[in-house]
Design a protein around this ligand. Structure first.
Ligand SMILES: Cc1cc2nc3c(=O)[nH]c(=O)nc-3n(C[C@H](O)[C@H](O)[C@H](O)COP(=O)(O)OP(=O)(O)OC[C@H]3O[C@@H](n4cnc5c(N)ncnc54)[C@H](O)[C@@H]3O)c2cc1C
Length: 324
């Protein structure tokens, strides 16, 4: 029996999150021959998702299904996984670097007396070592780290590591009993979602972002149309959020969300360093700005100097034709 490389999978909007499949790929790459990947799925009425997850795992899927676990609650989720982790004695535990992963991973690390490497964007092997790359100083530098000893806790940044593929078989699903702690200090009563976008911003393959140049809430309409045609998500600069054109949930940057989509389309965004911190690792950056001197053009792969209210509808119409 090899060691366990466990992924704590995550559910969003009734679906498995893409980053959980990326974490499985990371776990599979990191383990040695004879070790196995396992997954833990926590939630309420999620047997169907456990079944889906079982197609990506070569060890076991541990299902912790309880009405109290419908929404993420750090104390409840830690109580749900702690006995299991004590029993499994994992060599490594992987999380998505999401709001939940960032919160739960250090709690699990404390429980297992483990080291943690967070926000990993690449993993490589160097002899017997596994090297984890992570950005520093808002993406201006990178460092490579390795663990000296186990257990190991890793969080992976969405959209950087390719997703796991189906194994061609189904892993066993093991139901794990959850006993709600009697001393929970908080419970979730309700979740109010501010964004209604179909695609999650941090996992979107294409992001269409607007800045102060969009000029009003109404001005975001053409950007939403472009995002819709490309099956992407809408983001924003803090300038646009501060001006009240859109919700802060869309803010990208140092004090907002970090995104690494395949294509980032910046519309009417000047390219302040704090904005770049959240999007400069995108694979292809397209900037639309009427000022040819705008700093965003320094990081852009493609630059369009022009009025976004002319350019964006033209792009939408053209993509519609090409994708039809
Ligand atoms: C501590 C701190 C944290 C911060 N965190 C963040 C963060 O997380 N995210 C973030 O984004 N910012 C952040 N900021 C703010 C940041 O410094 C910038 O002020 C902000 O990014 C500017 O937003 P903007 O590019 O939309 O606006 P502006 O800088 O005003 O740029 C608007 C751009 O739109 C162009 N434009 C105008 N009209 C049109 C048109 N019709 N067509 C095409 N282009 C047009 C203009 O040429 C201009 O380049 C932070 C600042 C501080 C101090």
């Amino acid at each position: 029996m090899g060691k366990n490389y466990v992924v704590v999978a995550e559910i969003r909007g009734g679906k498995l999150r893409q980053v959980s499949l990326e974490a499985i790929r990371a776990a599979a790459f990191t383990k040695d021959n004879g070790d196995q990947t396992a997954a833990v799925l926590i939630g309420s009425q999620i047997a169907n998702l456990a079944d889906e997850l079982s197609r990506y795992i070569d060890g076991k899927v541990y299902l912790i299904d309880h009405t109290d676990l419908e929404h993420y609650n750090p104390e409840a989720y830690l109580a749900a996984v702690s006995p299991l982790f004590t029993e499994l004695n994992p060599q490594a535990v992987f999380f998505g670097h999401t709001a939940m992963g960032r919160d739960l991973a250090p709690l699990v690390a404390a429980h297992l007396q483990a080291g943690q490497i967070s926000d990993v964007t690449a993993i490589e092997r160097a002899g017997a070592d596994v090297l984890y790359t992570r950005p520093l100083f808002a993406g201006k530098a990178f460092e490579q780290k390795r663990f000296l000893d186990g257990p190991q806790i890793v969080t992976v940044r969405p959209n950087n590591i390719p997703a796991a593929e189906e194994t061609g078989a189904k892993a066993d699903i093991v139901s794990v009993r959850y006993t709600p702690p009697s001393d929970l200090r908080s419970v979730i009563r309700d979740v109010v979602r501010k964004t209604s976008g179909k695609v999650d911003l941090t996992e979107a393959k294409i992001v269409v972002s607007g800045g102060r140049g969009v000029k009003s809430a109404e001005g975001f309409k053409p950007l939403k149309e472009l995002a819709e045609v490309l099956n992407g998500a809408v983001g924003a600069s803090r300038g646009a959020c501060d001006a009240g054109y859109c919700d802060y949930a869309l803010q990208i940057g140092q004090t907002g969300k970090v995104v690494t989509p395949e294509i980032y389309i910046a519309c009417g965004i000047s390219g302040a360093i704090q904005h770049l911190a959240g999007m400069s690792q995108s694979r292809v950056i397209i900037a639309i700005n009427k000022d040819p001197e705008a700093p965003i053009f320094k990081v852009a792969d493609y630059g369009i100097v022009g009025d976004l209210f002319e350019v964006v509808p033209l792009l939408t119409a053209e993509f519609k034709k090409v994708l039809a």
